[in-house]
Each structure stands twice: as C-alpha cells, then as structure tokens.
Design a protein around this ligand. Structure first.
Ligand code: NAD
Length: 339
C-alpha cells in the first residue's frame, strides 16, 4: 500500500529534495500540500497533479483530518513552527514526520511526543541519515563490535552561509539558534552512532568571526564529549567554515565517512578498506522506511525520542557555553532515543 504524504511548508527542502524524492518512493507518495502562498498552491497542484481539495493553507490546515488521501503529515517549516504544526497534525489523527531540530526546546519535543501518543499516531524525525546505507553500515559495525570499543571520535558538519541577512535561519526567534540547531545535530549524532551510546558529559565553546552577519545566532561551536566506557569525542559545527566528516578510532580499527552527512553521495572506508554502497535519494529511503514502519514492517529508524534527546544535548551545549565552557553532565540514558 502507498501512503499519502502532505508536505507542510514548500520552501527549498520540500521543493528540491522531498517532492522529487516522493516521485521515487514505493511506499508513499505526495498527496497534499500546506502552504501560505496561493501562487505556490497553484503551481504545485499543476506540477504534481494534486487533487485541488488536498491543498491547504496554515489556517484551514485542521481540515486535513477529513482527508482520507493523507496518512502522513511532514512538517518542513522554520524550527519555531515545528511543535505547533506537529501537534496540529497529530490532533488531525495523521502520522507525523517532523524536520530537525524537533523544536526550540526539549519541552516542545516532549509536547510533540505526548500529542502523538495521545492521538495514537506514529512520529518520526526527518533524520534521513538513519536510512542511509553508509550510516547504517557504521551503526551495524558498532553494534556488532567489529572493531571493539570506540576510543576517539571526531566529527564536523559545517558550511559557509552568505546571502540574505534576513533569512529565518539567522533570526533567533524563528530558528532557536544558528549552526548548532541547523548542522550541529549531524555532528553530535555522528559521534553518538559511532560510539554506540549516548555520551555522559559535554563541554562547549563558541566562536564568532563575522558578528556583523551572525547578529543573533551562533556561527561556530566546538564541543567535547565523554562516554561511560572512556571514549572521547570532539565536534565542530559552523555556518562559516566548510567541513563534513566523521573519523572514529576503535580498539582494533577505524571508520571514516567523508562526507558524513551531506545529501548525496556519502563515501567511506574502514581499516579493512573502502565501503561501497549504491547511491540513492536519502529522502526517498527515509520516507519509504517511515511508511513501512506505519504498516508494521520496519522499526522506527528516527523516533521522536531521538529528536528530544538531541534537544537535551543542544541545551547542554548552550549551557556550557553560557557557563564559560564548564563540563555539563548529561542525564540521558545510554540508549534513550537511539535506533
Ligand atoms: P526554507 O526557508 O527554504 O523554507 C521554509 C518554508 O516555510 C518557506 O516555504 C516559507 O514560506 C515557509 N514559512 C512559513 N512561515 C514562515 C515564517 N514565519 N518565516 C519564514 N518562512 C516561513 O527552509 P528549508 O531549508 O526548506 O527548511 C525547512 C525545515 O527543514 C527546517 O526546519 C530545516 O531545518 C529543515 N531541513 C532539513 C534538512 C534535512 O536534511 N533533514 C535539510 C534542509 C532543511
């Protein structure tokens, strides 16, 4: 069975990644859109041959509850709108995919998880890498302890942001923060799946080299993590330096992904030689996995708890920075939010 997906917010990620991916998916398809722009509504209806009754705006969005063609609502709005629209989707009794970061705070994440539980709908994060073959192979190697315990891991997820200084990503009330909220999740998630458990502490530092452009949001952050088994990790995320890699040293070998979190194509090698997987749209794999999860045929590869865990880590990083780099203890169970 192919499930119907409604995309909420028709910005660049919906336009250039998700909608094209939904033309390749086998277990779900684009069935509806939610947009504030009548012009986009018209264009998308034509381009994707949508049922005109399956086009909503932000006000009449609740009417999606009555639309049997929609099974999944995918929230692709600025970060400050994730919680409101995820909760509205759950109340309309639709399964929810929420883009990252899940919300502006860990409290918002809990309210989304609660709303989905109460409505009896599934909740997945837009964390495409958990359906991506290089990442899945790394997770498999770690789970099987192929190279033994993790020792030292480093990871970066960073690009140079220029252009419109009024974009929402630079506006703290819409984004909740800068590089850390945007790319930072990839950097510390990589450390976590390479380590095979959640870390126990973090210390962090912030750098600002273009304050005239990054007026409200963090530009560059580094952070160091510890694990209960003695592993150490270091991450860098930035809107002003370009870097994207993961290198994990284990007792008996190593794994490298470079790039480690871009859309396509990832590449990687281990101490045993190169990895080589078929290149496919990560978004296609992610949405098909979630559709199969709803139908009881797959685990939830990126559950809401993962999004919540990530906000707990983000909050600890910002707190460490506010407290001058102090080491913050993370009270997160080793497997909470992991898949
Ligand atoms: P974008 O700016 O291109 O699109 C945002 C959309 O939201 C636009 O269509 C805009 O019209 C709409 N919108 C509604 N209210 C708005 C408001 N008050 N201010 C600004 N825009 C408003 O952004 P995007 O790159 O498509 O990102 C959307 C979400 O998707 C973000 O949460 C982002 O983190 C996430 N994202 C995830 C990935 C990924 O790889 N998983 C990649 C890109 C973006």
């Amino acid at each position: 069975e192919s499930l119907g997906v409604a995309l909420v917010g028709l910005g660049s990620y919906s336009t250039y990644q998700l909608a094209p991916a939904l033309e390749e998916t086998q277990h779900c398809h684009l069935a509806a859109v939610v947009t504030g722009s009548p012009e986009k509504a018209k264009r998308w209806t034509r381009q994707y041959k949508l049922n005109p009754n399956s086009v909503y705006d932000y006000e009449n969005f609740h009417q999606i509850a009555q639309n049997p063609e929609v099974d999944i609502v995918y929230i692709v709005l600025p970060n400050s709108m994730h919680a409101e629209f995820s909760i509205r989707a759950a109340r309309a009794r639709k399964h929810v995919i929420c883009e990252k970061p899940m919300g502006l705070s860990s409290e918002e994440c809990v309210s989304i998880i609660d709303a989905c539980k109460k409505a009896g709908v599934k909740l997945g994060m837009g964390y495409r890498l958990h359906s991506e073959p290089y990442t899945m192979e790394l997770k498999r190697l770690v789970k099987q302890k192929k190279y033994g315990q993790a020792r030292y891991i480093s990871s970066t997820a960073a690009y140079v942001s220029r252009g419109n200084p009024n974009q929402w990503r630079l506006n703290k009330s819409l984004s909740g923060g800068g590089a850390l909220m945007n790319m930072g999740v990839y950097a510390f998630q990589a450390l976590i799946y390479a380590a095979g458990s959640n870390p126990t502490s973090v210390s962090a530092q912030e750098y600002s080299t273009r304050p005239e452009y990054f007026k409200e949001t963090d530009e560059t952050i580094t952070a160091q993590f510890e694990w209960a088994n003695g592993a150490l990790g270091q991450m860098m995320t930035s809107h002003n330096y370009r870097s994207n890699h993961l290198r994990a040293e284990y007792e008996k070998g190593w794994v490298e992904l470079s790039p480690a979190s871009t859309y396509i194509p990832l590449s990687g090698k281990t101490s045993d030689g190169p990895l080589d997987f078929k290149q496919e749209s990560q978004q296609k794999l992610q949405m098909d996995d979630f559709a199969l999860h709803i139908q009881g045929q797959q685990p939830n590869r990126a559950p809401g708890e993962m999004g919540h865990r990530d906000l707990l880590i983000i909050e600890a990083i910002y707190r460490s920075i506010r407290e001058g780099g102090k080491k913050i203890k993370l009270n997160i169970a080793p497997d909470y939010g992991r898949s």
